[in-house]
Design a protein around this ligand. Structure first.
Ligand code: GLN
Length: 308
C-alpha cells in the first residue's frame, strides 16, 4: 500500500472543507486564537516506515491526547494498583462532567476523562515525589518515544491554570472523597502542563508507535514501553473511552482505538500495523476534531484497515 499517496489524497479531499464547520476550543483562551484552517496527518508503521501530508510538521497543543501517555507512565510505575482509584467504563458523559463523580464516590469512570487523568497525575506526582518530578517524567517519556526534544507550551499551561475552574473543581471534589493523595496544586499543575505538551503529527504518530507493536519502543534496541497485556489494555480503553461520549460512534464509523484532544489532535492505532496522528483544530460538539475524524474515516475506507 502506498501510504504517502493515501495521506496526500485524504488532505486534498478535505482541503475544501477547511474552516467551513466546527469551532476551536475557546474555553481555553490560548487555544481560541489557533487558525482552524489547518489539517495534518502522519503515519508510522510497525516496521518503522513513515508518511505524512498537510500540516504534519506544525506543532499544536496535544491536550487530552497526553492522557494516553500519562496512563502509560502510570501503568509502568504503579501497575495494577492504578485500578483501585480509576475505573475502565465509558462515561457516556462530556469529558469534564462532574455528575458521575458524586454518585461514584469520587472514583472516575476511566483514565481518559478529565477526572481520571487528574487521578492519574496524582499517582505520577506520588511516584516522582513532586509535581516538578512528574512533569520531568512526562517530558522524558515523550522525548524518548518521539526521538526529538518535546516541551510544554507555557502560555497554554498558564491559560488553563487561570481558567480551569472545572478541573480545579474536579480535583478538589476527588480530594474530598480521599481519592487524591497529594495537594491538589501540584497535581493540577502536572495535569495542565501535560495538556500543554506541544507536538506535531509526525512526532505523535511515532510516539504512539509502541501501541501497534505490542509495547516495543518505537526505536528498536530500547526496553519495551509496556508489556503485551498492558498494550492491549491501553488500546481497549482508547476504543471504549478515548473519544468521550463519541466513543460509540467512533467505533461504529472508524473502528480503531483513538485518543482525541481539544487541540484538535487524534491518535489512532491499527494494532500490529501502524499508528496515525491527525490534527485539525475545529471541533465538533463532543470536543473531537471534525476533519480529524473525517480523515480517519477516509483512511479506513481507503485501506480497509480496522480492528473489526
Ligand atoms: N485541557 C483540556 C481540559 O482539561 C483537555 C480536555 C480535552 O482535550 N478533551 O479541559
Amino acid at each position: 500500500m502506498n501510504f504517502q499517496t493515501i495521506l496526500e489524497d485524504i488532505v486534498a479531499t478535505l482541503q475544501p472543507e477547511l474552516g467551513a464547520a466546527g469551532t476551536v476550543a475557546s474555553y481555553i483562551p490560548a487555544l481560541a486564537c489557533v487558525d482552524p484552517r489547518q489539517l495534518g496527518i502522519a503515519l508510522h508503521t510497525c516496521r518503522g516506515e513513515e508518511a505524512a501530508a498537510g500540516d504534519s510538521a506544525t506543532p499544536f497543543s496535544i491536550q487530552s491526547v497526553s492522557k494516553l501517555f500519562t496512563l502509560t507512565l502510570a501503568m509502568q510505575r504503579v501497575g495494577d494498583a492504578l485500578w483501585e482509584r480509576i475505573g475502565r467504563e465509558p462515561s457516556g458523559n462530556p469529558f469534564n462532567s462532574l455528575v458521575q463523580l458524586e454518585n461514584e464516590q469520587g472514583k472516575p469512570r476511566n483514565p481518559f476523562i478529565n477526572a481520571g487523568a487528574i487521578a492519574v497525575a496524582d499517582r505520577l506526582v506520588t511516584h516522582a515525589g513532586s509535581g516538578e518530578g512528574a512533569k520531568a517524567d512526562i517530558l522524558a517519556l515523550m522525548t524518548s518515544l518521539s526521538g526529538e526534544p518535546i516541551g510544554f507550551d507555557a502560555e497554554v499551561a498558564a491559560s488553563e491554570a487561570a481558567t480551569g475552574y472545572r478541573n480545579i473543581a474536579l480535583a478538589n471534589f476527588m480530594k474530598s472523597f480521599g481519592k487524591i493523595d497529594n495537594d491538589v496544586a501540584p497535581v493540577l499543575d502536572t495535569y495542565f502542563n501535560q495538556c500543554a505538551v506541544r507536538m506535531n503529527c509526525r512526532q505523535l504518530a511515532r510516539a504512539a508507535g509502541f501501541l501497534c507493536r505490542d509495547g516495543a519502543h518505537p526505536f528498536g534496541g530500547r526496553s519495551d514501553v509496556t508489556n503485551e497485556r498492558q498494550t492491549r489494555r491501553i488500546n481497549a480503553l482508547m476504543l471504549t473511552c478515548g473519544t468521550y461520549d463519541a466513543a460509540g460512534d467512533v467505533a461504529f464509523n472508524i473502528g480503531l482505538p483513538c485518543k482525541s484532544g481539544v487541540g484538535g489532535g487524534i491518535v489512532a492505532v491499527v494494532p500490529d500495523q501502524l499508528t496515525l496522528a491527525v490534527w485539525s483544530p475545529a471541533l465538533d460538539a463532543t470536543g473531537n476534531s471534525l476533519l480529524g475524524m473525517k480523515a480517519l474515516e477516509l483512511f479506513v475506507a481507503k485501506t480497509r484497515l480496522s480492528v473489526f
